[in-house]
Design a protein around this ligand. Structure first.
Ligand SMILES: Nc1ncnc2c1ncn2[C@@H]1O[C@H](COP(=O)(O)OP(=O)(O)O)[C@@H](O)[C@H]1O
Ligand SMILES: [Mg+2]
Length: 567
């Protein structure tokens, strides 16, 4: 719990202490309200003159009944106001934490290197940002604050009862504490296990959802709906089941403890009758206080137990959030204002020197001692069989993947630490263009500020990529919204947009990974013409199998021939 506390920012810590302060204030008001109860009950059971149970708070004895009633009323109003205020502050606090965590963790993820996303499942990340953050703030933090509140209130009432009815209170408390501690310690590890299970199955749930919708075409075609709902059902059921156990076991103590209290009160009544050291009226008065106290205490005690259980249950979220917040990321020089960002010059060559690479999941060496020199404004092609590592090589050239061994040199300088500067010069067109849920214009200028002076350049790019007729057929032209992941586009249209994006960027280096594979002959020819125009003006590294394309290239390398030259 202390570890969790350290995760909070200073303002959040301050708010937390403010809440605790008001909780303590509330407990004091509870005591005062209670201490007024006895004289009132005494008065109405005509016990007031004798005042056998000496109320230790002396001032109260000097007050008249209507004054006491008035005070009681006022305290009650203060108490209600405090409750409302604490509840407001608490929920505001939780909301702040939720906001802060969602954003921080998302930023921690999105700033990770590309490699991180190859190593980790997106469904796990989505689950942390959505499920675990929510459980952490709305469940864990909420329950921790509730625990504080109830502990203070219960202590306050107990102190009052101890002052006035020492023996009875001790007996009752011991019985209750023994019962609840046994219950709690018995189920403690069970709750923790259930919480862990829920975390796992929540992530699995998202994974199943993602898979199902992603593969909806084959699912429909093969009629696999049932299989996929079955898979989803299993993870949903596991998650719901843990929640069900938590819910049930948290409510279990309540009827049991009520029964326990009833027995104790009966026993007390019985013994006081047996030894008859009290008058009936006195017994009635004591009993009345106890019944009121019990009705006030029991829900609190019950909430304490429930909170303790929930804290154990959701502790796995706490652990995960803690890990995620401590996740370091390498912030590449994201903006030109960044002082560490040096702009690099590319005047003569890009050189790969003994580059080795393997993916963590398989461990198989994809690239072994790969060497390649690309001269400025050259146009080269890389060919090779499926899975031979062509795409991987392009990812390494644009610094999305880091070589395990070897270097990338631009004009003879190692670009390590300066990757962002190189990336700014690169336009990368992949086989699959990633379309964002935004207008066509924004998909081409790709979140760069579109200025009117760029208008001419944009028109040129549109002409070069032969997108005019496509745009003309769109209901709102360039301002038409493209659907998520480009569902409303054909493969060729997506590729044209990808090429347009790279051209609009005015990249010095163009990486093309089977960039024309989805285009029909006419479209391809037109785009090849455009690319040919760029020849001698930009450096082009293309992975392609198209013969027409290869004709344009200055050099064609087979990826196999680039490797192993050194040993
Ligand atoms: N994200 C990844 N995780 C693990 N292995 C991968 C990943 N991406 C590609 N691979 C493997 O690396 C090899 C090379 O892939 P790739 O560079 O895409 O080949 P190419 O583009 O030449 O067809 C393949 O055997 C492929 O299975
Ligand atoms: Mg490939």
């Amino acid at each position: 719990m202390f570890k969790l506390f350290n995760l909070l920012t200073l303002t959040q810590k301050k708010t937390f202490f403010l809440i605790v302060f008001f909780i303590i204030l509330l407990s004091l008001v509870e005591i005062l309200t209670f201490s007024l109860l006895q004289p009132i009950i005494n008065f109405y059971s005509e016990n007031s003159s004798e005042n056998i149970f000496i109320n230790k708070i002396d001032v109260i004895k000097t007050l008249k009944v209507y004054e006491i009633l008035g005070l009681f009323f006022i305290f009650f109003i203060i108490r209600a106001a405090l409750y409302i205020y604490i509840s407001f502050k608490k929920n505001q606090f939780i909301y702040n934490i939720n906001n802060f965590l969602s954003l921080t963790i998302f930023e921690n993820y999105i700033n990770q290197e590309y490699f991180f996303f190859i190593e980790n499942k997106t469904s796990d990340m989505i689950s942390v940002v959505i499920n675990e953050v929510e459980k952490f703030s709305y469940r864990l933090i909420d329950n921790i604050i509730n625990l504080f509140t109830e502990i203070f209130i219960v202590s306050a009432i107990l102190i009052f009862l101890l002052i006035n009815f020492f023996n009875e209170t001790i007996i009752l408390s011991l019985a209750t504490i023994t019962f609840f501690s046994t219950f709690y310690f018995f189920f403690k590890s069970k709750f923790k296990k259930l919480g862990n299970e829920k975390t796992l199955s929540d992530a699995k749930k998202i994974n199943n959802l993602q898979n199902s919708f992603y593969a909806i075409q084959p699912i429909k075609l093969e009629g696999l709906e049932f299989l996929f709902s079955q898979k989803f059902f299993i993870s949903t059921q596991k998650s719901a089941k843990s929640q069900f156990h938590l819910g049930f076991m948290s409510e279990l103590p309540k009827p049991l403890i009520e029964f326990l209290v009833l027995i104790i009160v009966f026993l007390m009544l019985f013994f006081s009758y047996l030894y008859s050291y009290l008058s009936n009226k006195e017994i009635l008065s004591t009993l009345a206080i106890f019944v009121v106290a019990m009705f006030r205490l029991l829900p609190s005690i019950n909430r304490i137990i429930a909170s303790l259980n929930a804290i154990k249950f959701y502790s796995s979220s706490g652990k995960i959030i803690n890990e995620e917040l401590n996740r370091k990321f390498l912030k590449l020089n994201n903006s030109s204002e960044n002082k560490t960002s040096k702009s690099i010059n590319f005047n003569s060559t890009i050189k790969l020197e003994n580059v080795c690479f393997s993916y963590p999941s398989s461990g198989k060496k994809i690239l072994k001692n790969t060497n390649l020199i690309i001269n400025k404004n050259q146009m080269i092609a890389i060919v090779g069989g499926n899975g031979s590592g062509k795409s991987t090589l392009l990812n390494i050239i644009c610094c999305l993947l880091r070589p395990e061994k070897g270097k990338i040199l631009v004009d003879g300088t190692d670009i390590e630490g300066n990757e962002r500067a190189l990336q700014k010069k690169i336009g990368f067109v992949q086989q699959r263009t990633f379309i964002v849920d935004d207008t066509l214009l924004n998909n081409i200028v790709f979140n760069r500020q579109f200025k009117t002076e760029n208008h001419l350049h944009l028109q040129e790019v549109i002409k070069d990529t032969n997108l005019q007729s496509f745009i003309a057929n769109l209901p709102r032209g360039l301002e038409t919204n493209l659907d998520e992941m480009g569902r409303n586009l054909s493969g060729g249209e997506m590729q044209k947009i990808g090429i347009a994006r790279a051209l609009y960027k005015k990249s010095e280096i163009l990486l093309l990974d089977e960039a024309t594979s989805a285009l029909d002959e006419n479209a391809e020819e037109e785009i090849l013409n455009t690319i040919a125009k760029l020849k001698k003006k930009v450096t082009i590294i293309a992975v392609t199998h198209k013969k027409d394309f290869l004709k344009y290239c200055d050099k064609v390398y087979n990826i196999k021939d680039l490797q192993n030259k050194q040993n």
